[in-house]
Design a protein around this ligand. Structure first.
Ligand SMILES: NC(=O)C1=CN([C@@H]2O[C@H](COP(=O)(O)OP(=O)(O)OC[C@H]3O[C@@H](n4cnc5c(N)ncnc54)[C@H](OP(=O)(O)O)[C@@H]3O)[C@@H](O)[C@H]2O)C=CC1
Ligand SMILES: O=C(O)C1=N[C@H](C(=O)O)C[C@H](O)C1
Length: 238
């Protein structure tokens, strides 16, 4: 498969290594200073584009992929208020788009555990619940996209919480997401349920970026030749 990498930082380099080792050809490595390659002449040569950039640039990069009619896998977080608009553009133009806040198999299993535990806790108001996410100090956004996904899953079941806030809070109806930035943390997410009688805590800890990168390559392999809007749940058949 011919792959265009949009964003060649920590994730772009990790994906390059895994994709190349699997026998794919990385034909473009587009970074901040190679924006001229974001056109049909160049992008159109790829089977799939994989985009891991910044909250400020993901939307534009994805649009350029649609214009070049190249399927795009995006993992960039911190811009997802625009996701509904991107999904609509994809459907309207019969493009192919797959986004995930976290591409690791472990976190996608953790998502399923989170939803099940939240459903069980819906009828147990004696438990308070809050979250914590820990990442490296270079991370631009907070809370993490993964944490927001976890919070949205939890809020869909636990209706004693009306929303989330990225800080400690004394508001009983708000879900607190505490963000910590500690090097070299690749990504740790914890959900705490606490009652006067006991605590239940679930945690996912990434040891490196390998799981994110490997999952993104699998998603790109899955997306090739398809049209529509997809998530990692489609790839993993969850
Ligand atoms: N979904 C998932 O599984 C995961 C998602 N992520 C997310 O991916 C994103 C990137 O993470 P990470 O790789 O660690 O970040 P890095 O900062 O290491 O890499 C981002 C790269 O994108 C480049 N860039 C900036 N603007 C553009 C642009 N317009 N076009 C092309 N490249 C550009 C940056 O260049 P420069 O430095 O010159 O600005 C940098 O090299 C973040 O949003 C992060 O949250 C991270 C890991 C897993
Ligand atoms: O910036 C990172 O590193 C990560 N970002 C993603 C997120 O915001 O959830 C995924 C992973 O936690 C690593």
């Amino acid at each position: 498969m011919k792959i265009a990498l949009i964003g060649y930082g920590k994730m772009g380099k990790a994906i390059d290594a895994i994709a190349t080792a699997k026998g794919h050809e990385v034909i473009l490595r587009i970074d901040h200073d190679s924006q001229h390659l974001l056109d049909k002449e160049h992008l159109g040569q790829a089977d799939v584009a994989i985009e891991f950039t910044t909250p400020e640039t993901a939307y534009h990069n994805i649009q350029k992929c649609f214009e070049a009619n190249v399927p795009v896998v995006s993992g960039t977080t911190g811009w997802l208020e625009k996701l509904p608009e991107v999904n609509a553009l994809c459907e309207k133009g019969h493009h192919a788009f797959l986004h995930a806040t976290n591409f690791s198999i472990g976190v996608n299993i953790f998502f399923e555990v989170n939803k099940k535990l939240a459903a069980l806790m819906a009828a147990q108001p004696q438990y308070n619940v809050w979250m914590e996410e820990i990442h490296h100090t270079q991370k631009k956004d907070a809370p993490s996209g993964t944490a927001i996904t976890l919070a949205e899953q939890l809020l869909a079941s636990v209706d004693r919480k009306k929303g989330w806030v990225n800080d400690e809070t004394q508001q009983a109806d708000m879900l607190s997401i505490i963000s910590k930035r500690i090097d070299p943390a690749p990504g740790t997410h914890t959900i705490h349920y606490s009652s006067p009688i006991d605590d239940i805590t679930i945690t996912h800890t990434a040891h490196s970026r390998e799981g994110f990168a490997a999952g993104a390559v699998v998603a790109a392999e899955w997306l090739k030749g398809k049209a529509g809007v997809f998530t990692m749940r489609d790839v993993l058949n969850l």
